[in-house]
Design a protein around this ligand. Structure first.
Ligand SMILES: [Zn+2]
Length: 93
């Protein structure tokens, strides 16, 4: 059974024209003091009118982002699954 992460894990995304895809965003202060969104991948300022929303940790992970504290339920996680060599083993950080 697939388990949804808590909703407070929602990660904001918006469309980045430079990357030509939807990207995770971070907030920055413009010189005029306004909060603006920037692309996590290329740091380009993102138009406030672009399509945006939020991803769950699993959705962001599916797009190739590494989400702190999130592990793909289908990924190898135990020592026997080979996760130690990839740093994904919770027992051997
Ligand atoms: Zn970008």
């Amino acid at each position: 059974m697939f388990t949804q992460p808590p909703t407070d894990d929602a990660l904001p995304f918006a469309r980045c024209e430079a990357c030509d895809t939807e990207v995770l965003t971070w907030r920055d202060l413009a010189p005029d003091g306004q909060l603006i969104l920037r692309c996590l991948d290329c740091d380009a300022p993102l138009d406030g009118g672009t399509r945006r929303g939020s991803w769950s940790a699993s959705e962001a992970s599916a797009r190739g982002y590494v989400v702190e504290g999130y592990r793909d339920p289908e990924a190898a996680t135990g020592c026997s699954g080979g996760a130690c060599s990839t740093g994904a083993c919770g027992s051997h950080d």
